[in-house]
Design a protein. Structure first.
Length: 237
């Protein structure tokens, strides 16, 4: 990098961080209903939870393996969008489990998922530790949403969901279908993740961009922070 380019590069990183900070501070919290969703097109209070149609979900995946097809920054934006999409499904998982014997924490399923993630990661050239650590964060973020929604519904019976999605046949297949896409996006984003400072700046900008479109409420912003925490801290091959 030339001496003349360095100031411009530093200015870009600073601007990206400031953009993310201002977006986080300026975005007003959204009211949360039983149909807590991450998107601006919200259901009325007490309405059954309905998934966001796939044609309204934006993805940034531009190559099958994440190598040579799309930019690393696009992979990072796609990764944030996929984490948001997964958290939207956590609302429906919470509704499926609420008032049943199904626990929020399911160690057996979590271990099966992480074993599958490790195998899939190795198959696409992604460090299995990276895939596993990222999905551990997604699991914890999802449980954060479930716990807080259950607490809200217990305190306010009128806000409880009116329908119960089927966990085994409806929700888990949709969650599982996200797994390979998330891993490819992690692989695609590796060039950005190599620099911790650059990664954080790009991640902040990507998060601000995705949140400006999806308008998450305070609960889901908190959960998204949990989900994205390891992105710039994971090993890169």
């Amino acid at each position: 990098m030339s001496c003349q380019a360095a100031p411009r590069h530093a200015a870009f990183l600073a601007a990206a961080v400031l953009l993310a900070m201002s977006a986080a501070c300026a975005a007003p919290p959204l009211s949360v209903t039983a149909a807590t969703v991450l998107y601006e097109e919200r259901e009325p209070a007490g309405a059954p939870i309905s998934p966001v149609p796939y044609d309204k979900r934006e993805t940034y995946e531009t190559s099958e393996t994440g190598v040579g097809g799309g930019s690393a920054a696009a992979g990072l934006r796609g990764l944030v969008a996929a984490a948001v999409e997964r958290l939207s499904l956590a609302d429906e998982v919470a509704a499926a489990k609420f008032g049943t014997a199904s626990p929020i924490t399911d160690p057996e399923r979590e271990w099966r998922l992480l074993d599958d993630v490790a195998e899939r990661s190795a198959a696409i050239g992604l460090d299995p530790r990276t895939g596993v650590r990222f999905f551990q964060a997604q699991i914890e973020a999802g449980k954060t949403v479930q716990r807080r929604l259950h607490a809200r519904w217990l305190a306010d019976p009128a806000s409880r969901p009116r329908e119960r999605p089927d966990l085994a046949t409806e929700l888990r297949p949709r969650l599982d279908a996200l797994t390979p896409r998330v891993l490819r996006l992690l692989r695609q984003a590796e060039p950005v993740r190599r620099s911790s400072i650059g990664c954080r700046a790009h991640l902040a900008a990507a998060r601000a961009e995705v949140e400006a479109r999806t308008r998450p409420d305070a609960l889901h912003r908190d959960a998204l922070t949990v989900a994205l925490t390891p992105v710039c801290e994971m090993p890169v091959a």
